[in-house]
Write a protein that binds this ligand. Structure first.
Ligand code: PHE
Length: 336
């Protein structure tokens, strides 16, 4: 092929390009390693000096013309593509993709409501780890080495001294150590774990821990606080009853019952015909617990409350089986 042959051919080839791929094919054909033009460039070396100059000039000119035409054709294709995209019509009347709105889980709803009540009473919300050291979960809470709660049958052990916390009470200790000086007024909502499973027990459930330590905190502060929480949560008419109980980290300790909200104390299946429903555990912080973390129990006293969130939610929403909370069945969850 001679330069004239290439010249008569390249415009035709490029003018037939309809796409960027066509154009790339034309570029490779006309300027690539196997192109006639490059062959001619290679042949220059065998020519006389005058001929070299002449052909060199001609070939460079030709190469420039080809490159120019490739480039201008490329920008023509570019603007055609842009015009096409801009002229595309979007049907704005077409229905969009609908996002289903979820709702807040009944356990979270219940917990947030209790935390809100506590917030108005000045309790600050704090958190602690779910994987807990034996020291915080048991020892610092005055739960002795041979206490049945520490048995493998009741507690999930991760390692000999590491457990899935069985209660939110370890956060009492963590919060007091972190805040250092009383007064302490904290609330902790979180998951706890026990090896237990039936229609009212789940191996994972939720508690809210309430702790108030200050000078002159007495049992009547505890009773007043519990009464207020229950009245705000259930109704102003609800009655409170305290029964003496035992927890290693409180002394005295009490179980709190509320008057049955279903039968107005006339006796029903839900209150076991007693008119009362057991609702939470509480007590005055044991002096040993305070002393152990260097808080003088002669100067400071306090109360602690442990609220089972599932229990409250089951009562408020009249849910018969705790497992419904964690099956994530939308037919159940969408009712809240
Ligand atoms: N931590 C106790 C439990 O899980 C409940 C509790 C908390 C009792 C605070 C008294 C004071 O059973």
């Amino acid at each position: 092929m001679q330069p004239d042959d290439i010249r008569s051919e390249f415009k035709n080839i490029i003018s037939q390009c309809k796409t960027f791929d066509d154009l790339e094919g034309a570029r490779v054909h006309l300027l690539g390693k196997k192109s006639a033009l490059l062959n001619l460039f290679r042949s220059i070396q065998w020519l006389q000096i005058d001929e070299k100059k002449k052909l060199g000039r001609e070939l460079n000119l030709l190469k420039n013309e080809i490159e120019f035409l490739l480039e201008s054709t490329r920008s023509k294709l570019d603007s055609e593509a842009r015009d096409k995209a801009l002229s595309e019509k979007i049907d704005v009347s077409l229905p969009g993709v609908k996002y289903e709105l979820g709702s807040i889980h009944p356990i979270s709803q219940t917990a947030f409501e209790i935390l809100d009540i506590l917030d108005t009473l000045g309790f600050e919300s704090v958190h602690g780890p779910e994987i807990e050291h034996d020291f915080y979960n048991f020892e610092s809470l005055n739960i002795s080495q041979n206490h049945p709660a520490r048995e493998m049958q009741d507690t999930f052990y991760i390692a000999p001294n590491i457990v899935l916390r069985t209660q939110t009470s370890p956060v009492q200790i963590r919060a007091m150590l972190a805040l250092k000086n009383p007064p302490f007024r904290i609330a902790c909502f979180g998951k706890v774990y026990r090896r237990d499973q039936d229609i009212t027990h789940s191996p994972m459930f939720h508690q809210i821990e309430v702790l108030h330590v200050n000078k002159n905190i007495s049992f009547s502060d505890l009773k007043g606080t519990v009464t207020l929480i229950m009245k705000r949560l259930f109704s102003n008419k609800v009655q409170i009853r305290l029964r003496s109980s035992f927890f290693p980290f409180t002394e005295p300790s009490a179980e709190v019952d509320i008057s049955c909200i279903f039968c107005n104390q006339s006796g029903c299946r839900l209150c076991g015909e007693t008119g009362w429903i057991e609702i939470l555990g509480c007590g005055l912080v044991h002096p040993k617990v305070l002393k152990r973390i260097n808080i003088n129990p002669e100067t400071y006293t306090g109360f602690a409350i442990g609220i089972g969130v599932e229990r409250i939610a089951m009562l408020r929403f009249q849910i018969p089986d705790i497992r419904l909370f964690f099956e994530n069945d939308l037919r159940f969850l969408s009712q809240f």
